[in-house]
Design a protein around this ligand. Structure first.
Ligand code: HEM
Length: 408
């Protein structure tokens, strides 16, 4: 009978994430939406897909986005969500800023129509809930059915026109009517151009393109709100910290990395054994067994992060060979493709421009605008999922917003 092996230590967690005989197991319940999607592939098909898509995730592109694009997307999102009140729920603000970016990485052409964009955001929330249904607290069959209905709508409204446009461009390039540089740099274009050679069915391309907007925006916004919370808590203990963080982005990035360590996007990773095997640490598994990796416990392993590993301490010394965010971006062959986009690089690892990551850049922009935690509308945890996240998190803009809520 299949057994479940539970791993809590840093070293076993990392080895399991990197083990070739353990396939992805987190999306088995949500397979109707995740079948054939990169994070759910194993072995050669995964390596093949990763090679195709890796070329889109370039450091020079991330550096450009950090400088030029992300602050603008955040401002635009703030403008959409500014209510009559001066208190703004920051959760949808940052989610939607990242969604614009991630949708363009995916290859969905989003125009300037706000209601059109908000419709996409609603669909992505339903897709995300259905794909990660393993963590849902509600009626799972209903959540999956709703996700499939959302995918139908994404296909009809957003994917079909983007698909047709790209196929026409690819035809033109192949016929020599256009230069290759006319092709958009996105997942949809890459997959359409490779579909015959790599045998990619249309349904797989659809699911893959639908995956990127929500995975890129949801994990990042959840992580951002956790980190912002730590900034506010720290400032409550040591008033003035928020100003220092605006002046010192490297310090802010340390806050972000420490927060990422304490709050991995998924509290557990799940793998299934494809054959009998063993971890280098000696733990054995048999074909069909489930391996549950406790990411929270691994990231708080005292033998790696010290006796106070549960505590938020951005000045903690990190051992060599260990990322300051722990295993929050995964490790090995499924390691997050968006890691540098979301988290940047630790000091000393960037060549050329220093990569701070979207989370640091957005928090810096918010604090610079005078964002402070609302004293009248406290943050509300999300009870619709066992993933620890904030459902709402209201902030006020103390210094920089006038009475109409416009930036001064
Ligand atoms: C704070 C933000 C983020 C966190 C914490 C995060 C976390 C993760 C983790 C843990 C994995 C590995 C899953 C596993 O091993 O089972 C992963 C994979 C992935 N992430 Fe992220 N992610 C973030 C942001 C992003 C962004 C911004 C993008 C893209 C726009 C992205 C795209 C991906 C993709 C495509 C994979 C699958 C890689 C593969 O299977 O080869 N992520 N992410």
């Amino acid at each position: 009978m299949a057994e479940t092996l539970r791993l809590e230590s840093w070293v076993t967690a990392r080895e399991a994430l990197r083990h070739r005989d353990l396939r992805q197991g987190l999306y088995d319940e949500g397979r109707a939406l995740m079948d054939g999607v990169i994070v759910n592939l194993h072995g050669a098909p995964h390596t093949d897909r990763r090679r195709l898509e890796n070329r889109l995730f370039r450091r020079d592109t991330f550096a450009y986005w950090e400088r030029e694009l992300i602050p603008v997307l955040l401002e635009e999102s703030l403008a959409i969500h500014r209510e009559d009140t001066s208190e703004i729920d920051i959760v949808p603000v940052v989610r939607h800023a990242m969604l614009r970016l991630a949708a363009s990485v995916a290859g969905l052409d989003i125009g300037s129509d706000t209601s059109d964009f908000l419709r996409l955001a609603g669909l992505m929330a339903r897709l995300s809930a259905a794909s990660t249904v393993v963590h849902a607290t509600g009626d799972k069959a209903a959540i999956i059915a709703d996700g499939l209905a959302a995918l139908d709508e994404v296909r009809a409204v957003y994917l079909a026109p983007a698909w047709d446009r790209r196929e026409a461009l690819i035809r033109d390039v192949r016929a020599g009517h256009r230069p290759e540089s006319d092709l958009p740099r996105d997942v949809l274009t890459v997959l359409l151009a490779a579909r015959e050679e790599h045998g990619l069915p249309s349904e797989v391309i659809e699911r893959e393109v639908a995956y990127f907007p929500w995975v890129g925006s949801h994990s990042t916004s959840i992580a951002l709100v956790h980190a912002l919370h730590h900034c506010f808590e720290h400032d409550a203990e040591k008033p003035g910290v928020l100003h220092t963080l605006v002046d010192e982005p490297e310090l802010l990035q340390r806050f972000v990395h420490e927060s990422l360590r304490l709050h991995p996007a998924s509290p557990q990773s799940v793998r299934r054994a494809v054959t009998d095997g063993q971890l280098p640490t000696g733990d054995r598994f048999a074909a069909g067994d489930t391996v549950v990796i406790d990411m929270v416990a691994a990231n708080r392993d005292k033998t790696v992060f010290g006796d106070d590993a549960d505590r938020f301490d951005p000045s903690r010394t990190i051992a060599e060979g260990v990322a300051p965010w722990g295993l929050t971006f995964g490790s090995g062959f499924h390691a997050c493709l968006g890691q540098e986009l979301a988290g940047g690089l630790p000091p000393g690892q960037s060549e050329g421009d220093r990569l701070l990551g979207a989370i640091t850049v957005m928090i810096s922009t918010l604090l610079e605008r005078g964002a402070r935690r609302s004293s009248t509308r406290p943050p509300v945890p999300d009870d619709r999922t066992t993933r620890p996240t904030w459902r709402t998190y209201h902030v006020v803009f103390e210094d920089r917003f006038d009475e109409q809520g416009k930036t001064r």
